[in-house]
Each structure stands twice: as structure tokens, then as C-alpha cells.
Design a protein around this ligand. Structure first.
Ligand code: NDP
Length: 309
């Protein structure tokens, strides 16, 4: 029985090296060289070809090579009853908080504007936003949102968070559910999206949400491109209601050359680089899950299929 690595966009060599370092006896195959399909019990995947799972009749687990599982759940051929698991990793969590802090500070310390001034050789001192008065609001209080909230608090930002179910986090004003979304938005100067992509959160960053933010608010989306209605963001920036946005993820990746985001003065963008997966860091949890599944134990970090995350 074997594990199959199915991530056409990733270099397999480093994954094979680190997974086999955890278990030298591991029968690890790299798609499309999967051998007899009935031998595959565990698939490790990232942006796999849709419909491919159907070919493996003895699957016991599907594992994401990232924190998100939307790339797996969108497959119409997802075998019912097979557990789906995701990665949860400290280094990736820290990296995301670094990204959020960098984006927040680029805005509040005016680095975004200073870079534009520099390009035009303009010497123009600008005062920073006053940290205790900049209310950051984080959509999603999961592994990433909670860590980012704690990190921003250390810097002195007043932080609130919004989640599906009620949460209690020391020093963070917590809001939950659609009914409290408007209240959360109304107190938020910098909106950070760290939600999973589900039917309930797709297109959530739209004109309605932007209209409820105070004038001059700033958006950071480091979750998924499909959270954002792109034309609504452009309209909110062009009307001056939003002062800017920092985006790591896009509906189409790579971002097409003709896309207006590339040259918009209010947008700072990064190419889906907020947080990388390092094979050496996560190989132990993957191999542990493989061991668990083969011995009939429940895998770690299993997704709740009803919630979609
Ligand atoms: P978690 O599953 O740990 O947490 C998800 C959070 O979102 C929870 O607080 C949950 O609420 C909340 N949530 C889910 N649905 C809703 C909803 N309908 N309304 C309000 N809140 C909701 O996720 P992570 O923190 O680990 O990751 C979040 C996402 O970040 C990933 O799914 C992935 O898409 C993205 N990501 C992006 C990366 C990048 O490089 N750009 C890297 C890694 C992840 P509750 O607490 O009630 O369950």
C-alpha cells in the first residue's frame, strides 16, 4: 500500500526526500507514475487535476499540502466518506503573521506612499497613523487569525476578530456570525481577511462590506482570491472610500498581465507568497497521519465536511 504525491505545480524531489527521511520504508509514488491505482491509500495533493481521485478505489485519506482545502473540496469527484486533512504548522502560521504585520505597517507608516514618492523623486515627509487609534479587524479567528491578532496586539493595535461561532480571546474584541458583521466592520480601519474559502465566504469582500467600513479603511486579503469581488474593490478605491489594499491572492493566479490590479496606485500586491510550506517542517505530521490512517486511527487536522474547513 502506498502514498501518492499529486501536486503538478510543485517540485517533488524535496518532498520525496523529507517524507522518506521520516520513514525510509515509505512507498511514495509521484503522480502520474502512481502504479496500480488500487495500491494507493493516501494522496498528498496541491491543485491536483480535478476528477483524478476517482481512479483510486482504496483511498483512506486525502491530505492537503497547505492550510486550505478549497482546492480539494471543489473536486466533483471527491470520494464520499474519505477523510480530508490539512496542514497546521507553526512556521507557516508565524510567516502569515509576519505578512499581515508587514502589510499593516506599510500602510500605517506610509511606506506604500513613500515608495511612490521615491519613484517620482519627491521629498515629502508624511506622518504615520497613530497605532493606538488604528483598529484592525481580522475576518477568521482560526489558527492564522488568532496568531495574527496576538502579534498585532503586541505592537499596540486595538484588534477585533470575526468568526462563524463565538470566540473568547484575551484582549481581542470578538464578533461572530452574519448578524454582528456590520458592527465589526464599522469599528475596523484595517480589514484583514484570513477566512477559509467556503460557499459562505466566497465573494464576501464585496461592495456591501466595503460600504460598512469607515471612510479611508484599508484592506488586506491573504486568504483566497475568490473571497474578493475585484470590481467592487476597484470601485471602492477609485471612489476614495477605501484608501488602499494589500493583496496576496487572486481569482486567477498568476495574475494576468492585463489585470488592472498590477498598475493601480492604491494596490500593493504579492504573488501568493504570504506563507510557504517547507517540506522539512511538515513531513513529520504527514507521515504521522499516514501511520494513523493505516493503523485505523483518526487522522490529525481533519476537515469538517459540513463546515467546509
Ligand atoms: P481555520 O480553519 O483554522 O480557521 C478559520 C476561521 O474562519 C475560524 O475562526 C472560522 O470560524 C472562521 N470562519 C469560517 N467560515 C466563516 C464564516 N462563514 N463566517 C465567519 N467566520 C468564518 O483556518 P486557518 O486560520 O488555518 O486558515 C485560513 C485560510 O487562510 C486557509 O483556509 C487558506 O485559504 C488561507 N491561507 C492562505 C495562505 C497564503 O499563503 N496566502 C497560507 C495559508 C492559508 P469558527 O472559529 O467559528 O470556526
Amino acid at each position: 500500500m502506498a502514498m501518492l504525491f499529486m501536486a503538478p505545480g510543485l517540485k517533488a524531489a524535496s518532498w520525496v526526500e523529507h517524507l522518506q527521511a521520516q520513514d525510509p520504508g515509505l512507498d511514495l509514488r509521484v503522480w502520474p507514475n502512481s502504479g496500480p491505482p488500487e495500491e494507493i491509500e493516501f494522496i498528498l495533493c496541491w491543485k491536483h487535476p480535478l476528477g483524478e481521485f476517482r481512479k483510486y478505489p482504496n483511498l483512506k485519506c486525502i491530505a492537503s499540502l497547505g492550510f486550505g482545502v478549497d482546492h480539494i473540496l471543489r473536486d466533483p469527484g471527491l470520494p464520499p466518506g474519505v477523510p480530508v486533512v490539512r496542514l497546521v504548522d507553526e512556521a507557516m502560521t508565524r510567516a502569515m503573521s509576519e505578512y499581515v504585520v508587514a502589510a499593516v505597517l506599510n500602510h500605517t507608516r506610509r511606506f506604500n506612499l513613500f515608495r511612490q514618492d521615491q519613484a517620482e523623486k519627491v521629498w515629502k515627509p508624511r506622518s504615520s497613523l497613530h497605532t493606538p487609534e488604528v483598529h484592525v479587524g481580522i475576518m477568521g479567528l482560526g489558527t492564522l487569525g488568532r496568531h495574527a491578532a496576538a502579534t498585532l496586539r503586541l505592537l499596540g493595535f486595538p484588534v477585533a476578530g470575526w468568526s462563524r461561532t463565538a470566540r473568547q480571546i484575551e484582549g481581542v474584541e470578538c464578533f461572530a456570525g452574519p448578524k454582528r458583521l456590520d458592527e465589526f466592520l464599522a469599528r475596523t480601519d484595517i480589514l484583514v481577511c484570513l477566512l477559509p474559502l467556503t460557499p459562505a465566504t466566497r465573494d464576501i469582500l464585496d461592495r456591501r462590506v466595503f460600504a460598512r467600513l469607515p471612510s479611508g479603511a484599508y484592506l488586506i486579503n491573504a486568504a483566497r482570491g475568490d473571497h474578493l469581488v475585484e470590481e467592487d474593490l476597484l470601485a471602492a478605491l477609485d471612489s476614495g472610500h477605501l484608501s488602499g489594499a494589500c493583496l496576496d491572492v487572486f481569482r486567477t493566479e498568476p495574475l494576468p498581465e492585463a489585470h488592472p490590479f498590477w498598475s493601480h496606485p492604491g494596490i500593493a500586491l504579492t504573488p501568493h507568497s504570504a506563507s510557504h510550506t517547507y517540506p522539512a517542517d511538515v513531513a513529520p505530521q504527514i507521515v504521522e497521519n499516514y501511520r494513523r490512517v493505516r493503523s485505523g486511527q483518526a487522522p490529525l487536522n481533519r476537515i469538517d465536511m459540513d463546515k467546509g474547513y
